[in-house]
Design a protein around this ligand. Structure first.
Ligand code: GTP
Length: 641
């Protein structure tokens, strides 16, 4: 066996001699110094060991480099410093995540970790610091009243019930003073409060949820005893279930002669709402909203249910909440009703609600009385908005006026961008839903509509069999009949898709679906449903897109045209430019804009579909206006494989 000296080995492997000797010694060899010789066959082993050590070193180095050790609960400014971020940027992010910023308090651990992760850092909390920080933030957690929404089929008595409750509990004198409907009210029974959202109907309920606002804890499902369970009763029930709220059934109109509460209990049992007396856990209460009978029982049941739910909220600190309704008041300007979720809302607070911001100038209770502050679950009217915020918008108090304005402006920008792109970032389609996300099992939420019960059951059965390891299929709601507004809203709120089997999609509903970015699919053959879903689950339905270049133009002049915007007078140097193409803007070899859509293509004053090589034309783009002479516009079309 050939021998080789250690210093030669070291040279050959590019390793320091001491390291070679180190490894050899660890192997049991009795090497003395760099002049010692070893068998050549050791070289491979040395090399492997060297590689392994290198990788470990690298790992260790990364581990050390990318961790932040925390010895104290970090406040926002600490984290900004540690992550080398602007604290304003962090505050904007927090607003996006609906996390209250309070400079006097530490940031919640999860938020710290998430911020760090975005910058590729790992947070190491010393000892029990993480727990301590959580404890410190939870100070002031207290019971809060339940928030109740009334749902049910048309004419089953939702409005009458809400009215009856309000009239029975709010003193007549106060009630008389209310001229405006403000979307919510609060009553007191046996020294406990209950908040009612006064916009009955599951569409409103789910529309709010679609905006990310889940205000309801308990849904009262009103069913008229003489009419029984109707399509919208089921729809409402499914919406409430999808939102994961507790349901109490109020069997209404028991004063009527045809009233048959047992039949309703039977019907609802089929949908999983089994009365307690039959061994289930759903509370049923018989009422007559018109004759104000059973109202107290119902309220008691709501309180009982609320107790079981152990509803709690942070009472201290800055407030967050949800806009329930907004209106323009002649005297007060834009006002909105907010139900407070956390914290205490006070006069003088700065706030952000979606793209609007403001300062709380005055607060009114829902009975029209001036109040100084509002605590969790309390509905309150706020004066001081800069613009009207839409219902369902999240509301949050911001410590600093400048930041409040900044966040609102950012939101405005984002919304404008979204409307330019024509669709929201949360488009949920089969394709997108199924695009893989780090090792998580994905859920495909389906709203199923069919021509009759038989087909509905059949499809649901096959759907339950085609989930895969990565994707499970969940039928959120099912019903007989055409696709309607409520289906679309539910899909939007639950990131689901609507599947229609031998039913119609009315054009109004279709428009809304498009606007909301909801994927609606219509089928006539059951196997097509299965095929499509199976393919989608396998990822085969994701069409591969590629860009096909069609031509180039060079900017020769730049014009500003009133109302139209900036137009580049260009000369087509190769291929052609088509009106429906996308454009890449290149200046001196640098890409300034990757994907702008052509919004105007003209020859002289005429709109044209395409312009070929050798011709001049005017090109306007949707997201780029800063043309300069000499810019190259590369036109391409997106095709699917
Ligand atoms: N007999 C009787 N009639 C009732 C009762 N509750 C409501 N009604 C009547 O039923 C009709 C419909 O009541 P509403 O409260 O408007 O029903 P709703 O569910 O709010 O209806 P929409 O707002 O159209 O969805 C009205 O004429 C009420 O007077 C009741 O307990 N008994």
């Amino acid at each position: 066996m050939a021998k080789i000296r250690i210093y030669k080995v070291a040279e050959q492997l590019g390793m320091p001699t001491h390291e070679v000797m180190d490894i050899l010694k660890a192997l049991g060899s009795d090497v003395k110094n760099h002049m010692s010789s070893i068998d050549e066959e050791y070289i491979e082993l040395l090399q492997e060991e060297r590689e392994y050590r290198k990788k470990e070193e690298e790992k260790n180095r990364k581990r050390k480099e990318r961790t932040i050790q925390l010895k104290e609960s970090p406040h926002l400014k600490d984290i900004a410093r540690l992550l080398d971020m602007h604290w304003e940027d962090i505050v904007i992010k927090l607003a996006d995540w609906n996390v209250i910023f309070d400079s006097k308090k530490p940031l919640p651990p999860l938020v710290v970790e998430r911020l760090a992760r975005e910058k590729n850092w790992e947070i190491i909390w010393e000892d029990s610091l993480r727990e301590k920080t959580i404890e410190a933030l939870q100070g002031g957690l207290g019971i809060r009243p339940p928030i109740v929404t009334v749902l049910g089929h048309v004419d089953h008595g939702k409005t009458t019930l809400l009215d009856a409750i309000r009239r029975s509990k709010v003193a007549q004198s106060e009630y008389g003073g209310i001229t405006q409907k403000i979307g919510a009210y609060q009553i007191e029974v046996s020294n406990k409060k209950i908040t009612f959202v006064d916009t009955p109907g599951h569409e409103a309920f789910t529309a709010m949820r679609a905006r990310g606002a889940q205000v309801t804890d308990i849904a009262i499902l009103v069913v008229a005893a003489d009419d029984g369970v109707m399509p919208q009763t089921i729809e409402a029930l499914q919406h409430a279930k999808a939102a994961d709220v507790s349901i109490i059934v109020a069997i209404n109109k028991i004063d009527k002669s045809g009233a048959n509460p047992d039949r309703i209990k039977q019907q609802l049992s089929d949908y999983g709402l089994v009365p307690e007396e039959w061994g289930g856990d759903t509370i049923f209460v018989n009422i007559s909203a018109l004759q104000k009978k059973g109202i107290n029982d119902l309220l008691e049941m709501i309180l009982l249910q609320a107790e079981l739910l152990e509803l709690k909220a942070r009472h201290q600190g800055y407030a967050t909440g949800t806009i329930i309704e907004s209106r323009l008041d002649r005297g007060k300007g834009p006002v909105a009703t907010v139900i407070v979720k956390e914290g205490t809302l006070k006069i003088g607070d700065f706030f952000v609600a979606g793209a609007t911001w403001g300062k709380v100038r005055s607060l009114f209770s829902v009975n029209g009385k001036k109040v100084k502050e509002a605590i969790p679950s309390m509905p309150v009217e706020i004066v001081g908005f800069s613009e009207l915020p839409p219902a369902g918008t999240q509301y949050m108090v911001i410590e600093d006026e400048k930041i409040a304005r900044l966040i609102a402006n950012q939101k405005q920008l984002k919304e404008r961008e979204k409307s330019l792109k024509g669709s929201s970032a949360q488009i949920t389609s089969l394709e997108e839903l199924l695009s893989p996300e780090e090792g998580k099992k994905r859920e495909l939420n389906i709203i199923l509509k069919a021509d009759f019960q038989g087909s509905l059951d059949a499809i649901e059965k096959v759907l339950s069999q085609i989930g895969s390891e990565e994707v499970s299929i969940k039928v959120l709601s099912k019903g007989v009949g055409n696709i309607n507004e409520a289906d679309v809203v539910l899909a939007a709120a639950s990131n689901g898709i609507v599947i229609g089997f031998d039913v119609k999609l009315p054009s109004e509903v279709s428009k809304n679906a498009k606007r909301e970015g909801v994927d609606v699919r219509l089928y006539r053959i059951i196997y097509d449903v299965i095929d499509d879903l199976q393919n989608a689950i396998k990822g085969m339905a994701t069409p591969k897109q590629y860009q096909e270049s069609i031509g180039k133009a060079e900017v020769r002049a730049v014009f500003k045209i009133p109302k139209t915007g900036v137009i580049s007078g260009s000369y087509v140097t190769s291929g052609k430019i088509e009106r429906n193409a996308f454009v890449r803007v290149i200046r001196k070899g640098e890409i300034l804009e990757e994907s702008a859509k052509i919004v105007s293509l003209k020859r002289f004053k005429e709109d044209v579909k395409e312009v070929s090589m050798g011709y001049e034309c005017g090109i306007g783009l949707d997201r780029f206006e800063d043309f300069e002479e000499g810019d190259i516009l590369e036109a391409y079309i997106i095709r699917e494989e």
